[in-house]
Design a protein around this ligand. Structure first.
Ligand SMILES: Nc1ncnc2c1ncn2[C@@H]1O[C@H](COP(=O)(O)OP(=O)(O)O)[C@@H](O)[C@H]1O
Ligand SMILES: [Mg+2]
Length: 375
């Protein structure tokens, strides 16, 4: 049985959406409407629910509808498990999963694997290593059960070490943390590299379908662990302690990792057009989704297989009709529930409205389902 990820979504007082309930389809959900109608707000609601934070604003105050006191988003996920997010201007944020209050956002994230593809995603390559690490860690988190433990431990120890550095402590007090930091760091790095190698296989296949002109290109992984090659992190930490003391932070480690997939031995940003860069990013996210599904099936969790959510804001920017079609075809074959916005109303002709797919029209914060308006 296919467990639908998000099967009912109610949004109240989020920006220009006062009160809307939609029943998304299993596969592709196209969200069409004019500028300022509320399309991105709908995606923001899904993002908020899955991650407990918005991709548009740091403080949720900005997202509460003008003149209102609170916003609320409620959904049913998987086997009708209720999830709710409430943000009140006075009382702050409260998230409930299956009626229990959620304390750690990672609880939520493992229930609702979500990838967000922003309109400017072609800038992926210019956004710096932090963003690329986040993207990578999303995948490793969902594929490797041990990753979160190592990552949380690593961060904690790193904070301790950095605080010792800032306080100009003696070397032995600083290096008290090195063993732990190195052990978790080496594990994280190994999991990341292993994951990226498998991701590259999924990526190659998807990207060559989205961008057939690169069908016969060669693809390779460039992975930098965050410390000098061929040395253990333990050794690097001990030989660079004087430098770290001067900097007042730990420079080397898996918090400084970076990666990319090279095409014909070049960095994609140096050879690709913007449209191709966007396709590259889309292929990457779809490859991640596939990696998560393949992994969960391999572990015998087929019934529980993590059907993730992919949200794509403004698919039409940078992409011509033909490539938008290719993206939709690829998504239709992917084990994922997707939400895609566009101002191009003719896009609805590109998908079959079956049980798998749905088209929603947004007008001034009101959402209607195409099928419902026709009947
Ligand atoms: N806090 C708010 N309260 C009410 N309306 C808002 C708020 N924040 C933004 N808006 C308005 O919500 C509308 C929807 O924006 P958006 O979802 O970005 O539109 P779209 O993606 O369809 O172009 C915009 O007209 C915007 O001005
Ligand atoms: Mg928008």
């Amino acid at each position: 049985m296919d467990l639908l990820v998000l099967n009912q979504l109610t949004i109240s007082n989020l920006r220009n959406i006062s009160d809307v309930t939609i029943r998304p389809a299993h596969g592709i959900n196209l969200i069409l409407g004019d500028n300022g109608s509320g399309k991105t707000t709908l995606l923001e609601a899904i993002h908020l629910l899955a991650l407990g934070r918005s991709f548009r604003t740091r403080t949720l105050k900005n997202a509460v509808q003008f003149g209102q006191q609170k916003l609320q988003i409620v959904a049913k996920i998987k086997n009708d498990i209720p999830v709710g997010l409430l943000f009140d201007l006075t009382d702050g944020l409260q998230i409930r999963l299956n009626s229990a209050r959620v304390k750690k956002l990672s609880e939520l994230a493992s229930q609702l694997p979500l990838q967000m593809i922003p309109a400017n995603c072609h800038q992926f390559f210019e956004q710096g290593p932090r963003y690329r690490r986040q993207l990578l860690d999303w995948g490793v988190f969902h594929v490797e059960p041990d990753f979160n433990y190592h990552w949380q431990s690593y961060r904690r120890v790193l904070q301790q070490r950095n605080s010792a550095l800032r306080q100009c402590k003696q070397n032995d007090e600083i290096q008290l943390w090195d063993n732990h930091l190195a052990n978790h760091g080496e594990q994280i790095s190994r999991l990341r590299q292993q994951y990226l190698e498998s991701l590259l296989d999924h990526f190659k296949a998807i990207f060559s379908r989205l961008c057939p002109e690169y069908l016969s290109a060669t693809y390779s992984l460039r992975y930098q662990s965050g410390w000098q090659k061929e040395q253990s992190l333990k050794d690097v930490l001990s030989t660079t302690v004087e430098r770290d003391k001067q900097l007042a932070y730990t420079r080397s480690g898996c918090h400084a990792a970076d990666w990319t997939f090279k095409v014909n031995d070049s960095d994609p940003s140096t050879i690709f057009s913007r449209g191709q860069q966007k396709l590259f990013f889309l292929a990457l996210c779809m490859a991640q989704q596939q990696a998560v599904v393949v992994n969960s099936i391999a572990k015998g969790n087929a019934a529980m297989s993590e059907i993730g959510i992919i949200i794509i804001d403004d698919i039409s920017s940078e992409l011509d009709d033909q490539h938008q079609m290719l993206v939709l075809t690829e998504l239709a074959n992917l084990h994922a529930q997707s939400f895609i916005t566009s101002t191009d109303l003719s896009l609805s002709k590109s998908i079959k409205t079956t049980e798998q797919n749905a088209v929603f029209h947004v007008k001034q914060g009101v959402v209607s389902n195409k099928d419902e308006t026709l009947s």
